[in-house]
Ligand binder design. Structure first.
Ligand code: MTE
Ligand code: MOS
Length: 752
């Protein structure tokens, strides 16, 4: 097992560092046209007239597309099919696509866009989810199949979880704390904006090249909008410059729009969003309002929690039901809670549809549950790490939804290691000493523990599968294809290591091919931190099959088993000469899950990852500015396959968490987002990152996982933001209840 855990350099790194990786905008096809999307300027209105006559007569415009041109169904297929590809009668958010154009070059396309005339009758809009739930609020458009519609015309989904007896639990409590927590938008801020190229092929087929996370979602969406069989739609992922969940559902829209134009033009069409367009019109993290009540005994033991949370879903469902579901199942944190009542709602408003973002509906409730743990500790005069330690889940315990944990529960270890590595007690003393000697500055320390259900779980168990294709070339090198994508998180490295380690070959003897829907069966989406786990298992399955054939062949050649790696080229040559089949397919699916929507109880996930972060911040009392001085991050994601990429995930997650909690903000007024690309959206830079964070992994192995691995990708952000927020609260000695903790908010809190 020499390649597992080692810091093998990422096979995809050199090209990216040299600028040689080819992103979608680097590609061109013969006769390729450039697309622009004509979008709604208002949050809600009836379309009275779409006049594209001046667009169409622009000398460089090749064609335009309106809903009448849609050959299949006019929808962006995600979960509920409520979102039209092009709005035909009503627009429901600023930026909603209304019509399309394709021109010979990008500049002409931009020019022609300004020639479009669309008349609207403005209708009343609602942008606040609580307002949208009030009787008489303007109605968005909730599909008939939605889970909440009977209660309110704007309620997309309502999900509940009830365990034990909450009333009794609070009666048994010695202290009860309550709080309301709000979080705002977070934009993914991937460096590469959304983009796709659609290329019409022979025999009525089409190929999509795109920056995306879920090739099979895009395949389904394009097939639906064009009215084609799935077999006529091929999707190839291009090098993807970050995604963070933002390329889970949105590429289905981008690719569908490009495909509509390409289909009509019978030419290749490129659609790449501008930054401003991307930030304004694509999904973000759901803004939230979370109300929380927690009870504990004198010794800190939790007796009950009651949670009510509302997520602003935007104008269409997209992924909101899945995002809400994860919020529901994360709201209790990594703790034993005997009596639980959780009620979550996702609400339609006339704003951009929100979707997946690293953590997928969990960071919002984590801010709340970690604030509550600190409030309980404070009321009990108990150490904040200690109250977490006492309640932390262990093997054999039941989660809030009644799932008995059979193995691989490392949360306690993450708490204990975080205490040691952060020198918790010393640090608290040092911070107090600092504060005593600095009249205008305050330091604070915060902690946050989290759990994360890996994979899609019982919300869509049919998606937790993966395929792999593995071929022994005639010279002993190996070609590998999988159906989950590299988007920066290090999948290429992890999967190459798994395959090469098991075959005993060097990393540079294996080529992982670009993800292509024609190479492997539907492997589900690259989300929910499932990539390494699920594709890793599929790769191992393929390796097992190939190794059996290699063993056969080597027996025939009289090569002893231990010499196979060194003589693989000889064996491969014999495959070729003896007409043996050198290719295999691997397949994997997750362990069974189950969940009861009536009670919210069951075994929703096959395994959980855990983490504990400790953050130290300094607050400037005059300006309210915050600097993140240090962070200690301890994760249990089972076996770590590559220390380098795993640490990179954690360091990146800390910075993204800092953005969520402190710097990133999008104001919204009357359904209009007040944001101009990165000019006004402030993501943290390297200067804001903690100078030398401590990252450690405790490896509570998951026996069905590849080498015992679970999932890591999203967890660092989930743990980081709340530790930072709690450190800020500790520093200023005031409650903090809304993100982002901008200088203005911090000054307000100080003044309160
Ligand atoms: N890291 C980088 N560099 N870029 C990304 O887009 N996406 C995150 C996380 N880390 C992301 C990332 C999200 S949202 C997910 S779901 C996981 O990576 C997916 O990767 P995995 O399943 O391989 O862990
Ligand atoms: Mo990640 S939000 O599950 O793409």
């Amino acid at each position: 097992m020499t390649l597992i855990g080692a810091g093998v350099p990422r096979p995809d790194a050199a090209d990216k560092v040299r600028g040689e990786a080819r992103f979608v905008d680097d590609l061109a096809f013969p006769g390729m046209l450039h697309a622009r999307v004509i979008r709604s300027p208002i949050p809600h209105g009836r379309i009275l007239r779409v006049d594209l006559s001046r667009v169409a007569t622009h000398p460089r415009v090749h064609c335009t597309v309106t809903p009448d041109d849609v050959p299949g169904e006019n929808v962006v297929h995600v979960i509920y099919d409520d979102q039209p590809a092009l709005a035909s009668d009503v627009v429901r958010y600023v930026g909603e696509p209304v019509a399309l154009l394709a021109a010979e070059d990008r500049e002409s396309a931009r020019e022609a866009e300004t020639l479009a005339r669309v008349d609207y009758e403005a209708l009343p809009a609602v942008s606040d989810p609580l307002e949208a739930l009030r009787p008489g609020a303007p109605v968005v458009a909730v599909p008939a199949a939605a889970e909440g519609r009977d209660e309110s015309p704007n309620l997309f989904n309502r999900m509940r979880l009830v365990k034990g007896d909450v009333k009794r639990g609070f009666a048994e409590a010695d202290v009860i704390v309550e709080g309301e927590y709000r979080t705002g938008y977070q934009e993914h801020a991937y460096l590469e904006t959304q983009g796709a190229i659609a290329v019409p092929e022979e025999q009525g087929a089409i190929t999509i090249y795109g920056s995306l996370q879920c090739p099979f979602y895009v395949q389904g969406a394009v097939a639906k909008v064009l009215g084609l069989p799935l077999a006529k739609v091929r999707v190839v992922q291009t090098a993807t410059g970050g995604a963070f969940g933002g390329k889970e559902d949105v590429p289905s829209q981008v690719a569908s729009l490009a495909a509509l134009l390409a289909w009509k033009a019978r030419r290749a069409v490129k659609l790449v969003y501008d930054r401003e367009e991307d930030v304004l019109t694509t999904s973000k993290r759901h803004p939230s309002v979370v109300r929380y009540k927690s009870g504990a005994k004198k010794d800190g033991t939790l007796t009950a929690i009651e949670v009510d949370f509302v997520y602003n879903a935007g104008a269409y469902q997209t992924l909101s039901s899945a995002v809400l579901w994860r919020g529901l199942l994360t709201a209790a944190g990594p703790y034993r809670v005997p009596n639980v009542g959780i009620d979550g709602r996702s609400v339609a408003t006339h704003t951009v549809p929100n979707g997946a973002f690293r953590g997928f509906g969990s960071p919002q409730v984590i801010f709340a549950h970690e604030s509550q743990m600190d409030s309980l500790a404070e009321r009990l005069g108990m150490d904040r790490l200690e109250i977490r330690r006492r309640n932390a889940l262990r093997v054999g315990d039941e989660t809030a939804c009644g799932q008995k944990l059979k193995e691989s529960v490392g949360v306690l270890e993450t708490i204990e290691r975080a205490r040691e590595l952060s020198r918790w007690e010393d640090r608290l003393r040092a911070v107090a000493a600092f504060n005593a000697s600095h009249p205008h500055r305050r330091r604070g320390v915060g902690v946050s523990s989290v759990l994360y259900g890996v994979g899609l779980g019982a919300k869509s168990p049919f998606l937790d599968k993966a395929g792999a294709y593995l071929k022994l070339e005639a010279d002993g090198s190996v070609t590998l294809a999988v159906g989950t994508v590299e988007m920066g998180q290090g999948l290429t490295a992890a999967l190459s290591q798994i395959a090469c380690d098991a075959l005993g070959i060097r990393i540079d003897r294996l080529q992982l091919t670009p993800v292509d829907t024609t190479r492997v069966p539907d492997s589900g989406p690259t989300v929910a931190s499932r990539g390494t786990l699920m594709s890793g298992l599929a790769v191992l399955d393929a390796v097992k099959k190939l190794r059996a054939r290699i063993l056969d062949a080597s027996n025939g050649l009289g090569i002893p088993e231990e010499e196979i790696p060194a003589r693989l080229n000889e064996i491969a040559r014999s495959f070729f000469l003896r007409n043996l089949d050198p290719a295999v397919e691997g397949w994997a699916h997750a362990e069974p899950v189950d969940w009861d929507p009536e009670t919210g109880l069951g075994n929703p996930y096959f395994v959980y990852s855990y983490a504990t972060h400790v953050a130290e911040v300094e607050v400037d009392l005059t300006t309210g500015e915050i600097s993140l001085e240090d962070c200690v991050a301890v994760h249990d994601s089972g076996k770590i396959l590559n220390q380098g990429t795993a640490s990179g995930q954690v360091e990146g997650g800390i910075v993204q968490g800092l953005g969520f909690a402190v710097t990133e903000e999008i104001a919204e007024k009357d359904g209009r987002l007040k944001v101009k690309g990165f000019t006004t959206y402030r993501i943290p830079t390297i200067r804001d990152a903690p100078p030398s964070p401590t990252v450690e992994f405790v490896e509570a192995l998951y026996s069905p996982g590849p080498f015992g691995a679970k999932g890591l990708g999203e967890v660092p952000l989930m743990a980081a933001h709340a530790a930072i927020a709690r450190a800020i609260a500790h520093a200023i000695g005031k409650a903090v209840s809304a993100y982002p903790l901008s200088p203005e908010r911090v000054r307000q809190a100080l003044a309160s």
